[in-house]
Design a protein around this ligand. Structure first.
Ligand code: AMP
Ligand code: GLY
Length: 402
């Protein structure tokens, strides 16, 4: 098969690496890609935000499948345009992607599907959570435990210029549950956990994600997708917008059972970096089967290992990124057996340089979370660039549990 992957982050690097190992892959193309992805795919300089350019590229290359990484092109309707032109596509229509694109739409679907989520509140009173309604790259959510936090959050949230949703603050352990969907069926991936706050001990603002590990312990993914993803998929189909792609539920495991914090319409970043090394080489078959609307033949096999990913970010992330600082130590980190997934990198006169907020994701596997964690941190300590920073507590509690 000829495949076109859309995106340029660490998630897409992990997907490209996994797709490149598929027995049924003939050619892998990526738009726009990054220097890490370029090791596995031919990269084309078409941006993920350029729907006409992407459609022209897919038709020109005559690909058998397009896999879309990021949410913005999905919410903008790239999958509709591709399918309308006869290109098999793994990714939801704009109507189905609204499950991520609009928090209000997601709440409405959950209510209709009977899926538990945080209750909305009529006015902002601490403790509560303030959310911008539309896409904000993980930075539109403000968890306010105190009045001071609420006072600080309200102007920042209002400045995003979107309607705001106010909801109750839920307590518990967070877990990311992904399911591959063919419009009607759900195939769960291994449970993962993401570390959203910028600093150790969950301090600081929310980010796109500072690390992840998988599998999250004591989680029955089949039970969760039956209770959550299945009813949502059925409700979307009932509304005439069947969901084809990854339905990603961010869940809080509360005392009163699992509650949905958010839905996303795509693979998680950096959860995907921890999941792909644990998966067998049938990803391409699974994505292609979902894209054609019949995932009955899909049978994903997972390794018994654990994986831990540490995001190495720019000094000022998430407020700002870094561009053009030389990156060193990637080969040394890889020599330890770790994977170094490129997230925000570029090549400048043959030198690898920073180009974003989260720069690299360093992933390692091991027989236990503890072993994977030690290897991931050892490798992460070997990469360097001006201002490089990472959390030191990714998977720390999970490692202590098992
Ligand atoms: P979201 O983008 O909606 O997943 O929110 C980002 C992060 O904010 C989540 O991963 C949680 O850590 C936190 N969060 C969101 N909603 C709530 C809530 N209702 N209660 C507690 N924490 C929340
Ligand atoms: N890691 C969370 C996300 O991709 O939104």
């Amino acid at each position: 098969m000829k495949v076109l992957l859309i995106g340029s982050g660490g998630r897409e690097h992990a997907l490209a690496w996994k797709l490149s190992r598929s027995p049924s892959l003939a050619q892998l193309h990526c738009a726009p890609g990054n220097p890490g992805i370029a090791r596995h795919a031919r990269c084309h300089p078409v941006r993920a935000e350029d729907p006409e350019g992407l459609l022209a590229l897919a038709l020109d290359l005559a690909v058998d499948l397009v896999v879309i990484g990021p949410e913005a092109p999905l919410v903008a309707g790239i999958a509709d345009a591709l399918r309308r032109n006869g290109v098999p596509t793994f990714g939801p229509s704009a109507a189905a992607a609204a499950i991520e694109g609009s928090k209000m739409f997601a709440k409405d679907v959950m209510r209709a599907a009977g899926v538990p989520t945080a209750e909305t509140m009529p006015s902002a009173q601490a403790p509560c959570v303030i959310k911008a309604d539309g896409l904000a790259a993980g930075k539109g959510v403000f968890v306010c435990r105190t009045q001071e936090e609420l006072d600080a959050a309200l102007p920042t949230a209002a400045a995003l210029g979107q309607p705001l949703v106010i909801e109750e603050l839920l307590e518990g352990r967070e877990v990311s549950i992904f399911a591959l969907c063919d419009g009607a069926r759900v195939i769960p991936l291994a449970p993962a956990q993401d570390f959203k706050r910028a600093f150790d001990d969950d301090a600081g603002p929310n980010t796109g994600g500072m690390g992840s590990y998988a599998p999250a312990p004591d989680v029955d993914v089949h039970e969760l997708v039956d209770a959550i993803h299945g009813p949502v998929l059925a409700e979307l189909a009932r509304r005439g917008s069947p969901f084809i792609g990854v339905l990603f539920a961010g869940l809080m495991l509360t005392e009163n059972g699992p509650h949905v914090l958010e839905f996303n319409c795509r693979f998680g970043d950096p959860e995907t970096q921890s999941l792909m090394p644990l998966l067998d080489d049938t990803l391409l078959h699974a994505l292609a089967a979902c894209a054609t609307g019949d995932a009955r033949s899909v049978d994903l096999r997972w390794s018994d290992d654990a994986a831990v990913t540490v995001a190495v970010a720019a000094a000022s992330y998430p407020a700002a990124g870094d561009v053009g600082s030389p990156i060193a130590g990637v080969e040394q980190a890889e020599a330890t057996g770790a994977y170094v997934f490129h997230a925000g990198t570029a090549l400048h006169e043959n030198t690898l340089v920073t180009n974003g907020g989260r720069i690299l994701g360093v992933t390692a596997t091991g027989a236990t979370i503890t072993a994977a964690r030690e290897r991931a941190y050892e490798a992460a300590s070997l990469v360097s660039f001006d201002g490089a920073r990472y959390r030191t507590d990714v998977a720390r509690e999970a490692a202590a549990l098992v």
